[in-house]
Write a protein that binds this ligand. Sequence first.
Ligand code: SOE
Length: 383
Amino acid sequence: MRKIKAAILGAGFIGQAHIEAVRRLSFVEVVAIAQSGQDKAEQSAKLLNVPKAYGNYMDLLKDPEIDVIHNCTPNYLHYEINKQILLHGKHLLSEKPLTLTSEEAKELYHLAKEKNLVSGINFNYRQFPMVQHLRGMVRDNELGDIRIVRGNYLQDWLLYDTDYNWRLEPEYGGKTRAIGDIGSHLFDLTQYVTGMKITEVMADTAIMIPQRYKPLKEKQTFQNGGKENASLVDVSTEDYCSVLVKFDNGARGVFTVSQVSAGSKNALVLNIDGSVASGTWKQEEPFRLTIRYRDKPSETVLRDPGLVKKEVLPFLHYPGGHEEGWTESLKNMMQNFYDAVEGKMTHSDSVASFAEGYQIMLIIDAIVKSAKTGTWEKVESIS
Ligand code: SOE
């Protein structure tokens, strides 16, 4: 049987992670990679053992062999490239955030609706088994009525003024940084797990490090830099944000994102307080879910086929105690996305749709506005 042919645009940290995850599926083959500049593309293709290299993504889009394209380029390229991918009739898995602005996201949402193609966004934290289990507990009313949601997404890779990356520059990363980069994951995860929609926000943002040493040579995300061969530049994107939120059912929430929190590597934490019990999931200990009660001792549910809800079984692959984490979340993402491509159907709701990506952009807009006005701002609904 012919394998589905995939191509990856962008060969940075996340592009490489996509390639590795796709290779774990037996019915898909990575046949091409694109990066700006033919030499660079060829170097990456060689390194990653991908047969074809394109120095210009427009040429890749015309390759009739390719069925699916992964857009793993920097944020500022998402909109234009996603649009071209859909216009060229290829299935599309985009990195988050969907675009830099909600206007662009709206356009892509409508375009994706018109096309008979599979499209999705890599909000991969949905794909962790214990996240799926927590979602099932909320749905089955095991936590009771949800009243309060508290979440953090903290990292430390921009802690020093010598840390620098394209994500800091508004023209490449977008006019919000921590909010768009990691806040988008947190808001998506919250809405996905609880089934509640964020309708109003009140935000405070800050730039803790207003000047940084920009290296003269490009650095990969998470790579540390120094003061040598670097120039001191002003930073205009936030590295911290806290936001109070109201949900459509009257529940309340409070969220913090930061990329300057020492010791937090990829500390995405979600706490859900219901009228019966509270549940906590931590990305840095993804195999564990803690459920707490007032009148009986807390419970720990471990990632084990015998302990999770039946519907969660496809999201785990090994017996309990055998490590599965971030890379498996990408494997699950690819499985769910490519099942849809193969079956020519819409994907499972574990893959974020363009409608959901657009809605996240509207939340980000409201946060940016609230940080400026200092008042509560309503989140527009999808139009
Ligand atoms: C950088 O902050 C980043 O790569 C995010 O963009 C990803 O979404 C996260 O998974 C890891 O950190």
